[in-house]
Every structure is written in C-alpha cells, then in structure tokens.
Design a protein around this ligand. Structure first.
Ligand SMILES: CC(C)(COP(=O)(O)OP(=O)(O)OC[C@H]1O[C@@H](n2cnc3c(N)ncnc32)[C@H](O)[C@@H]1OP(=O)(O)O)[C@@H](O)C(=O)NCCC(=O)NCCS
Length: 196
C-alpha cells in the first residue's frame, strides 16, 4: 500500500478533488436527502438527531477537513468540470471488519439525485479504483449494498465486482429494521483486466 492520499483525479466529465470546507455544507445537504441517506449511512442510530442538524454537524465536518490531506485519507468531492458544481462524494477506506492478513478496503459513494443515472458515479468510481489499485497498490475491496439499492450495486457490477452468495443484514441509521445487503468483492487483477 502506497500512502498517497486524496490527490486530484480528472475524468472525462469530472474532477475528483481533495476535500475543502467550502463544499461541506452542500455535501451535507445532499446527504440529508431521504433517498441519499437511507442506504448510505450506518453510523449508530443514537447519532440520528445530530446528523440532521447542520449546527451540530459543522464541528464534525471541520475536524474531517483538518485530515483531508492526510496521506492515509482517500475521500474526494466530485465536481462537474463544465459548471464546477459539487455533485457528490466518493471514498475508499480500510474495512474495519477485515479478518484477512492483507489490508482490505471498502468504498462509499453518493450523488445528488438531480445528477443521478447519468453515469457520474460509475465514471468517478472507475477513476478512484484505478488510482487505489494501480497507484496506491491496494490489493482488495470488500463492500456491500442493500439488495433493494440496485443503482449502487449496478455500479459495482459495471466495474467488475463479484457478488458473494451469502447476504447479510445491516442496521442503517435512518431505517428502523435491519436491511439485507449483498456483499461484493474485487481484487486488483480483476479490476484492471475488467476495466482496461
Ligand atoms: C448509488 C449512486 C451513487 C449511483 O449514482 P449514479 O451517478 O446515478 O450512478 P450511475 O449513473 O453511474 O449508475 C447507476 C445505474 O443504476 C441505474 N439506476 C438508477 N436508478 C435506478 C433505480 N431506481 N432502479 C434500478 N436501477 C437504477 C442506472 O440506470 C445506472 O445503470 P445503467 O448504467 O445500467 O443504466 C446514487 O444512486 C446515490 O447517490 N444513491 C444514494 C446513496 C447510496 O445509496 N450510496 C451507495 C451506498 S452502497
């Protein structure tokens, strides 16, 4: 693993930028849209009321930005090249459930609903994963997506992720009941041969 941090990445239509405080409120506003937060947030339910109040969140976002340029942080704000508008966030982070002897990573992404279904997440994810696998030399990603969240697992399948046979249950922050999720994995060799 080469610790290179969240360096700027350019794609055909997007810039993935290391995060700054400037766009954090906009990202929070996107995240708080029901259809965005529902199958994304897994922070403990006790934080639910704090999450929906910007005055309580601002401090957390400021602390997050203090670490935005750390070499072990891989989290980008997604901007449209032509309008410079921030439309979402994408990240790759150590998977804390990891039992393996190699470092295994997880991914997360969300896009403003006004800009969904235009291929932006797939474009951003392909570029981020290339950076993580080819330049930072990570070996493997294990991630998950709610069975009913097909827009997210379709992105994974378009990028070559393999769905495991078993599902598991996850407690999402804003849902009362446990939700069934698919588990997806991909390693460096498969990602590079599938996409390039
Ligand atoms: C998941 C998410 C980031 C995808 O972003 P996006 O920019 O719309 O993704 P893309 O356009 O690259 O691809 C989405 C795919 O899902 C499809 N899709 C979109 N909405 C769909 C729906 N309601 N049902 C089924 N498929 C859907 C799109 O058609 C596209 O597939 P295609 O290329 O075969 O046509 C976005 O839906 C989102 O922000 N969701 C809320 C947050 C979230 O759930 N994050 C993931 C947690 S695992």
């Amino acid at each position: 693993m080469k610790l290179k941090g969240s360096q700027k990445i350019e794609t055909e239509r997007l810039f993935l930028m290391p995060q700054t405080i400037k766009e954090q409120k906009r990202l929070w506003e996107i995240l708080m849209i029901d259809d965005v937060k529902k199958y994304y947030l897994t922070v403990p339910i006790k934080f639910k009321n704090k999450l929906i109040d910007w005055n309580l969140q601002e401090k957390y976002y400021k602390t997050k930005i203090e670490h935005a340029n750390d070499k072990d942080v891989f989290c980008w704000s997604i901007f449209l090249k032509d309008t410079d508008k921030c439309i979402g966030q994408i990240d790759c982070h150590i998977n804390i459930d990891n039992q393996s002897s190699i470092d295994v990573y997880d991914v997360g992404w969300y896009i403003d609903p006004l800009y969904q279904s235009m291929g932006y997440c797939t474009e951003a994810a392909r570029a981020m994963l290339y950076y993580m696998f080819a330049e930072c030399d990570i070996k493997k990603i294990i991630t998950s997506a709610a069975v009913c969240n097909s827009s997210s697992w379709k992105v994974m399948e378009k990028l070559g992720f393999i769905r495991e046979k078993k599902t598991r249950k996850v407690q999402y922050t804003f849902l009362d009941e446990l939700t069934e999720v698919y588990i997806y994995t991909i390693d460096k060799e498969r990602f590079l041969s599938f996409n390039f």
